[in-house]
Design a protein around this ligand. Structure first.
Ligand SMILES: [Zn+2]
Length: 370
């Protein structure tokens, strides 16, 4: 990183390629946003140094840059060296997505050499995002909220504003008298865009009005728990110097305090917390009883979600055995049951991720009301 900072200005002056093709992360939701962390090397090659706010390699899975190819009508070849600064999880960082807004993200496999991942791909004229997980930023989230707000079947409420002025919204179905009350949360960890697409799938069901399972529960959705983290290109924390929202019970943090107050008001029977880890071959389930999770996996399998292994139960490899943060608080105060799910992107399309979200909620509701 230090090398990049020292060298970048000189390389820029020497390289005229910038005018024809450039790469930037200097936008809302970009990573790296620091101009000096992307170094043009000539001939369409760039060295990129992604950042993480606390250098926790276990969460350093964020790359959100934009290629701008001007002055050509043909596709152009771009070569990337992504300097991750960590060897241990490099195998999880050798596949990137390319796309614009919408559903058309394509996967590109690269190779690893130490802590550097190499990619070579053709980009069309104009702007193309290159990302480790399909882009879903604060503006995409606000569009989702508007989509809910325009419908009579959804109640929208702004819960609070973050320290940086971004909005935390709650969407709820309008069948107020129904139990169980189920709270669905996503983007506690900013890099994990899978949860956002799962939420899009759930909102599709709510707006469609024909999904029967939604008649049997009162559903509360918090689509983006860490919008400052998402916008600042962070990996794990709610904001620079903020909290890990999936684990924190620090009520001195205004965001944590607001979320805890919301849980006190709703008193949910169940919290479904959506995450996307980077382990390609396995889905993960945590915190419910092993037998219940086994049944969940069986039911999901019947809906066609058996394309990869599921890890569940008490294997204490990545997580505490008991819930943490908001979920732990809800469990102590109100006996709330909860489950964290980890749905990796690898091999999944946006459409499949949306279906996975709606089928997960459907399965939880059906199992709770049975
Ligand atoms: Zn997570």
């Amino acid at each position: 990183m230090k090398w990049a900072r020292r060298q970048a200005p000189y390389l820029r002056i020497e390289n005229p390629i910038k005018s024809a093709m450039d790469i930037t992360g200097a936008f809302q939701g970009g990573n790296p946003q620091d101009l000096q962390s992307i170094v043009p090397l000539g001939n369409g090659s760039f060295a990129i140094y992604p950042f993480s706010e606390d250098e926790d390699a276990c969460y350093k899975f964020r790359l959100d840059v934009k290629v701008i190819a001007n002055g050509t009508e043909a596709s152009r070849r771009v070569k990337l060296q992504i300097h991750w600064g960590d060897v241990r999880y490099i195998a999880y960082r050798t596949r990137i997505f390319a796309g614009r807004n919408g559903d058309d993200w394509t996967c590109h496999d690269g190779t690893a050499d130490g802590d550097v991942a190499h990619f070579e791909l053709d980009v069309p004229p104009g702007e193309t995002y290159l990302t480790l997980n399909p882009k879903y930023d604060y503006d995409d989230y606000l569009r989702l909220i508007r989509r809910g707000g325009d419908s009579r079947s959804v109640a929208t409420e702004m819960v609070t504003q973050t320290l940086e002025g971004r909005e935390i919204w709650l969407l709820a179905t309008r069948n107020q008298e129904r139990v169980p009350k189920i709270m669905v949360t996503a983007r506690a960890h900013p890099y994990e865009t899978g949860g956002s697409y799962c939420i899009e799938g759930i909102l599709d069901d709510i707006l469609d009005g024909r999904a029967e399972y939604l008649q049997s529960a009162h559903v509360f959705v918090l689509p983006m728990l860490s919008p400052d983290g998402v916008s600042n290109g962070l990996c794990k924390l709610s904001r620079t110097g903020g909290e890990d929202i999936a684990r924190s019970e620090n009520r001195n943090d205004p965001l944590v305090a607001s979320l805890f107050s919301l849980v006190e008001r709703i008193q949910p029977h169940f919290i479904l917390d959506l995450h996307n880890w980077m382990i390609p071959s396995r889905n993960g389930l945590y915190y419910e009883k092993p037998r219940w999770m086994r049944q969940f996996v069986e039911n999901m399998g019947r809906r066609g979600h058996n394309d990869r292994e599921w890890t569940y139960g008490t294997r204490k490899k990545f997580f505490a055995e008991s819930p943490t943060g908001l979920k732990a608080f809800a469990k102590r105060q109100f006996g709330t049951r909860c489950m964290t799910v980890e749905y990796p992107w690898f091999g999944r399309s946006v459409v499949q991720m949306k279906r996975l979200g709606s089928d997960s909620l459907r399965t939880v509701v059906e199992m709770l009301v049975k």
